[in-house]
Design a protein around this ligand. Structure first.
Ligand code: PEP
Ligand code: MG
Length: 324
């Protein structure tokens, strides 16, 4: 059984009716990158940079970050590498030497792109390192906790400036480094038509999106029963974001834990998803499930899925549409 699964590392993630789905990997270490490559991931869909920043007195400088990002790019030998800018908040920032005053609600506080924009030099150093790494292979930059168009425009301006400076200094960098937004704050999903033209791609962070949509703390064990993507509101937002992205010709991935659970794969395919980003640990299982799915038949079942009024009805839909 394990052997059978392992054989799939060389097989395409192709549905029964012949459509190729792209499986990207979530990674935060060298080992993850090596595993993603070995399992035939289409690229890295989410490289979490927090790891580089934690357990130290001061943030890593541009040079240290550049080497780390370049190594990820080289490790993926030409496949796309999506690197997320720092996603820390008051709950963890002190461990990165970034003093952020304690906050009663760090999940609603100065975190993600908000912190990057608030601290002089933090964003610039990271962008410079990322743009320099783009000279070694395809790099995409992903912004966490995007809530409003202004944040994207501010980062875009910084990115353009930094890329111009690096070229002027003689660095060979990509002509264009795609900039994408995480959709994990409900306001970003709702306001998406207003800024979709300002981004190159989208990645839906269901871990936080579920937390914020349902007002359920993702880390609160007393609420673990309530913390589930199988809520009609979550499915509608997923459908909405995937649709808008496709209409605008912008790639849309899901990079939350949901994408790494084979149980949810038929549901995500029915909602129109073509790109998953998941931890390498379950990549082959998800590939196996997708290879057993009939995409056309699942998409025909999307209206029924979106009519489900509660979790039991969504679970019944999954039960009825799970292959084999
Ligand atoms: C998410 O929120 O779904 C996500 C992928 O990011 P993180 O789990 O790092 O918050
Ligand atoms: Mg998140």
């Amino acid at each position: 059984e394990r052997k059978q699964l392992y054989r799939l590392r060389r097989e395409p993630t192709r549905t029964v009716d012949g459509v190729d789905i792209r499986l990207f990997a979530n990674a935060e270490s060298r080992a993850d990158v090596a595993e993603a490559h070995a399992l035939g991931a289409a690229g890295i869909g989410l490289y979490r940079t927090e790891f580089l920043f934690l357990q130290r007195q001061a943030p890593p400088d541009e040079e240290e970050q550049f080497r780390a990002y370049r190594d990820v790019v080289l490790g993926m030998t030409g496949r796309a590498v999506t690197i997320r800018t720092l996603d820390l908040g008051a709950d963890k920032a002190d461990r990165a030497g970034l003093s952020v005053r304690a906050e009663p609600n760090p999940a609603l506080g100065l975190r993600g792109v908000r912190l990057s924009l608030a601290r002089d030099g933090l964003l610039d150093a990271q962008l410079r390192a990322l743009v320099r790494a783009s000279g070694y292979g395809p790099v995409r930059i992903l912004l966490p906790m995007i809530c409003a168009r202004e944040e994207i425009l501010r980062v875009r301006a910084a990115l353009d400036r930094v890329a111009g400076e690096l070229r002027a200094q003689g660095h060979e960098v990509a002509e264009r480094v795609p900039l994408g937004a995480m959709i994990e704050v409900p306001a970003a999903a709702i306001a998406l038509p207003g800024f979709i033209d300002d981004v190159d791609f989208l990645s839906i962070g269901t871990n936080d999106l579920v937390q914020y949509l349902l007002a359920v703390d993702r880390g609160n064990e007393a609420l673990s029963d309530l913390y589930s993507p199988l809520h009609p509101a979550v499915l509608r937002v997923l459908r909405y974001v995937i649709r808008l992205g496709q209409r605008a010709g912008k790639p849309v991935a899901v990079c939350g834990e949901m994408a790494g659970d084979p149980h949810f794969a038929p549901l995500l395919l029915a909602l129109g998803l073509c790109e998953f980003s998941l931890h390498p640990a379950t990549l082959l299982e998800v590939r196996r499930t997708i290879r057993a799915c009939d995409l056309d038949a699942l998409r025909a079942q999307a209206p029924a899925l979106l009519r489900a009024r509660d979790r039991a009805a969504i679970e019944a839909w999954i039960g009825a549409n799970m292959p084999c």
